[in-house]
Each structure stands twice: as structure tokens, then as C-alpha cells.
Write a protein that binds this ligand. Structure first.
Ligand code: TMP
Length: 208
């Protein structure tokens, strides 16, 4: 059995990742591939339960180390129970966010730093990395407009952080993509869903 391929989609809030993940999964299925479409935080019952704790935290919320540990715990369950079994069964895995989100949000914009996040990832998930990571980039003024439409003023605990935090997230994604050009490809997310999908397929072509 040939091991499947693992593709993650990354980017800041309102970049259109979820739409692009769905369109990519559909396009791969049309080519006859067996695809698991999944997301983080989430993708298994345990990780979905942790997602609820992260996005709507009880009490005064999580401090930076607890937040990073919860993301790593959700990912460990997702990797062990869903992603690795799918890859081993020959499925292609399309994941809406993966460890690069922790590197950008908790590592770059937050307090943990890249090494801290990668250490948790080695411990929790054996350091698993995708074969290809697409970083969807959208100018901040368009994101603002899309989010107003999507969230109607009600953002979750992380999405609702300030503009400085989200600018640091975008800068961290760009820096990671510069550092790891073999695995990470930047995709221009400005345009309608079909236009961006065509760019995504161009970036995925080398894997097919
Ligand atoms: P979503 O809105 O794309 O589903 O992601 C949920 C939120 O969680 C979003 O604000 C990004 C954040 N997040 C992190 O901060 N670290 C992570 O490792 C992941 C996967 C998501």
C-alpha cells in the first residue's frame, strides 16, 4: 500500500482556508484519490472537545503555555487516531490548519517561540510534518471586511485578539514560508474562491 500524501492549508483569520480545503479535497476526489478532509483544532471526538475548550474557554481563559499544550494535545490525538491511520491506508489527507498554526499563533505571535512549539510537537505527534503546506495570504483590509461578514461581531477567543496579534501571526507565517520553501508554498488568497482554487491546484500539481 502506497502511503498517502498530507497537505495542510494555513493562514490567518478569514483567509478562505476552509473553502479552499473543501475545494481541494473535491478536486482530488475527482482525480480518483481517496481523501480525508479534516481540520485543527479538531478532527477526532477528543480533539473537537479540546477545540471547544480553546475557542470558548471557561473562567478567565488559558495562559500561553496551557493554550499551546492544549493545541498540542488535540493534535496528538488527531495525528494518532485519524491522520496517521489515513496515510497508512493510502488516503490523501487535506487538513485545514496543522502545526504551522501553532508555530505562527502560539510561537510567533504568542510567548512560546518556535522551538517551544516544535518541542511539544515532537513529544505529542512525533514531529510529523505535511508533505506540502499552502499558506493562503490575504491583505489585512480584505480580511477585515470578510470577518465582519462572517462573524457578525462575535469572534472566538483567539480570532477576537487585537490587530497587532493578527499582524504578528501573518508575519510569522510569511517568515516560516521563507525558511522552509521546500514544504511551504505561499498562495495569493486575493480573489474569488475559483481563482484562488486554481492557484492552489497549481501549487499541488507537483505532488500529483
Ligand atoms: P479556525 O477558525 O481556522 O477553525 O481556527 C480556530 C482558531 O484557532 C483560529 O483563531 C486559529 C487558532 N489556532 C491556533 O491558535 N493554534 C493552532 O495550532 C490552531 C490549529 C489554531
Amino acid at each position: 500500500m502506497t502511503r498517502g500524501r498530507f497537505i495542510s492549508l494555513e493562514g490567518g483569520e478569514g483567509a478562505g482556508k476552509s473553502t479552499q480545503a473543501r475545494l481541494l479535497a473535491e478536486a482530488l476526489r475527482v482525480r480518483g484519490l481517496d481523501v480525508l478532509l479534516t481540520r485543527e483544532p479538531g478532527g477526532t471526538p477528543g480533539a473537537e472537545a479540546i477545540r471547544a475548550l480553546l475557542l470558548d474557554p471557561p473562567g478567565e481563559g488559558w495562559g500561553p503555555p496551557a493554550e499551546a499544550l492544549l493545541f498540542a494535545a488535540a493534535r496528538a490525538d488527531h495525528v494518532e487516531r485519524a491522520i496517521l491511520p489515513a496515510l497508512e491506508a493510502g488516503q490523501w489527507v487535506v487538513c485545514d490548519r496543522f502545526v504551522d498554526s501553532s508555530r505562527a499563533y502560539q510561537g510567533g505571535a504568542g510567548a512560546l517561540g518556535d522551538e517551544g512549539v516544535l518541542a511539544l510537537h515532537r513529544l505529542g505527534s512525533g514531529g510529523l510534518l505535511p508533505d506540502l503546506t499552502l499558506v493562503i495570504e490575504v491583505p489585512p483590509e480584505i480580511v477585515k471586511w470578510r470577518l465582519a461578514d462572517r462573524d457578525m461581531g462575535v469572534a472566538d477567543a483567539i480570532g477576537g485578539r487585537g490587530a497587532d496579534y493578527h499582524a504578528a501571526v501573518a508575519a510569522a507565517f510569511a517568515a516560516l514560508a521563507e525558511r522552509e520553501p521546500g514544504r511551504m508554498k505561499r498562495v495569493d488568497g486575493d480573489g474569488d474562491a475559483d481563482t484562488v482554487h486554481a492557484r492552489v491546484m497549481q501549487a499541488v500539481e507537483a505532488l500529483l
